[in-house]
Design a protein around this ligand. Structure first.
Ligand code: F6R
Length: 353
């Protein structure tokens, strides 16, 4: 089952270029029903748990940037109230890799019963969520066996991007720019996976710390949250994802020479603000690992360690950053000699609420 890889997680990480190539070859057909609520409508709601919730957070930004349709993301585990809601979503989209997560299924079912149109985005055909939703969009990442979500997460990101592109676009020309970048994405992802040494060396360094703060802004915030989750799950290191701009509102107090920061640099308007955050952190003697697109070589003077990733469209860059985060977590756990595919206390799918 491991196909020559030491762990299922590593095998699944390496499947990503092929999976993404397949997803982008499929054109997503129209999926959003007409606006039956008229003026009171407020776009779409994305719900999920864990990594799938992080994909919802990124999906909100992808959908809003591409289509201008308002999107919200909520934790399925915190979505209790439907009747009291004044919002009228045109669709509620439930994301679940397994399609069996009880919290997500229950929340989506409540929305369906309240009269909302429901869409399941799942990796498992015929799973519970696909049976209860009106419409299903499959992520087609193939069976994911390692407990930590990897290929299913990037497949969710690219699927959500396709879903965004299938909506009436704010700038129709944007779809054309993205086509070329999407085509080049699998090879760029492969280049990251081929640089095992760079990730392993940074990961061994990370593994020496007890606490790690991951920061990002905009569409890189969900990636910072996902990086922290991956670290917690498989390395058991306490890691926290934090919006870069929120550091000074509290989390900065935790930082010290033994509590490093992993900074996910964006290529969009968040770049300057991320640089400010990194400078702020460095001024306090805090070690920084920057994960940034090529062209940011100057960061080498500022950060302690830099991992440069191929540069792509700002909406696709998070996919590459996510792969780097997975590699870091994997190699950190490997150096700590932990049971990577079956971390303690966790099950692959959580079928109780
Ligand atoms: C993280 C992880 C979990 C799942 C969560 C939702 O690596 O695997 O956080 O993302 O339990 O699972 P699904 O997507 O199957 O609903």
């Amino acid at each position: 089952a491991r196909a020559g890889y030491q762990h299922l997680m590593l095998k699944e990480i390496h499947e990503q270029p092929r999976i993404i190539r397949n997803i982008i070859q499929r054109k997503q057909s129209a999926w959003l029903p007409g606006d039956s609520f008229g003026e009171t409508t407020c776009g779409v709601l994305l719900i999920g748990c864990g990594s799938s919730y992080h994909a919802c957070l990124a999906g909100k930004i992808l959908i809003e940037r591409l289509s201008g349709i308002q999107a919200n993301a909520e934790l399925a585990t915190e979505l209790f109230d439907v009747t009291g809601s004044t919002r009228r979503y045109r669709a509620v989209i439930g994301l679940s890799q397994s399609g069996e997560t009880a919290d997500t299924c229950a929340a989506l079912d409540r929305q369906r019963q309240a009269g909302f149109y429901t869409v399941a985005v799942s990796n498992v055909p015929g799973s519970r969520i696909t049976r209860l939703a009106e419409q299903t969009i499959l992520t087609d990442a193939g069976p994911e066996m390692s407990v930590a979500a990897t290929k299913s997460f990037t497949a969710q990101l690219v699927t959500l991007l396709n879903m965004g592109l299938a909506l009436p676009l704010k700038e129709p020309k944007r779809a054309l720019d993205l086509t070329g970048e999407l085509r080049a994405l699998p090879a760029r992802l492969q280049r990251i996976l081929d640089r095992e040494d760079a990730h392993a060396s940074a990961a061994r360094w990370l593994a020496s710390f007890k606490n790690i703060i991951c920061i990002g802004r905009g569409i890189f915030l969900p990636i910072a949250l996902e990086c922290a989750l991956k670290l917690k799950e498989i390395t058991y290191i306490h890691a926290e994802g934090c919006a870069a701009g929120e550091l000074k509102h509290g989390t900065l107090a935790l930082l010290s020479p033994v509590t490093p920061v992993i900074a996910f640099m964006g290529t969009d308007e968040t770049r300057a603000q991320m640089l400010t955050a990194i400078r702020e952190v460095k001024a306090r003697g805090v070690p920084v690992l920057a994960i940034a697109p090529e062209g940011e070589e100057d960061l080498e003077d500022l950060a302690d360690r830099v991992i440069l990733l191929p540069r792509t469209d700002p909406l696709l860059q998070p996919v590459l950053a996510a792969a780097a985060a997975q590699m870091l977590a994997y190699h950190a756990a490997l150096s700590l000699n932990l049971p990577i595919d079956n971390p303690r206390n966790l099950a692959k799918s959580v079928t109780v609420e």
